[in-house]
Design a protein. Structure first.
Length: 103
């Protein structure tokens, strides 16, 4: 990701964007927006410890760096799917299936 100065956002030594004075990564706010179609007000309702200005800054940073963020999200999804396939069916799911219950 590019290092673009943005109010309320800083990059750590690994280049990960964080919201200032919080323990929240920019990508976490972005995932709330993308996965749940949450508005900034809804994100603020769910995370009252974040100021609206911080949420808007995180989303602004995302839109400035959208291609890189989207690539990271896609890469993480592929990794999760690979791990899921590798793990196979859980014992609980196997027992449920054996009992004729929905998986």
């Amino acid at each position: 990701m590019l290092q673009t100065p943005t109010a309320h956002i800083h990059l750590n030594e690994k280049g990960v964007a964080w919201i200032d004075e919080t323990n929240v990564k920019v990508i976490e706010v972005v995932l709330d927006k993308l996965a749940h179609r949450s508005s900034p007000d809804e994100i603020h309702f769910q995370h009252p410890d974040l100021a609206l200005a911080q949420i808007h800054a995180a989303l602004s940073y995302y839109y400035d760096q959208q291609q890189a963020f989207d690539a990271t999200i896609e890469e993480q999804l592929r990794e999760v799917e690979a791990l899921r396939a590798q793990a196979g069916e859980s014992p609980v799911r196997q027992r449920s299936r054996a009992l004729g219950k929905r998986p």
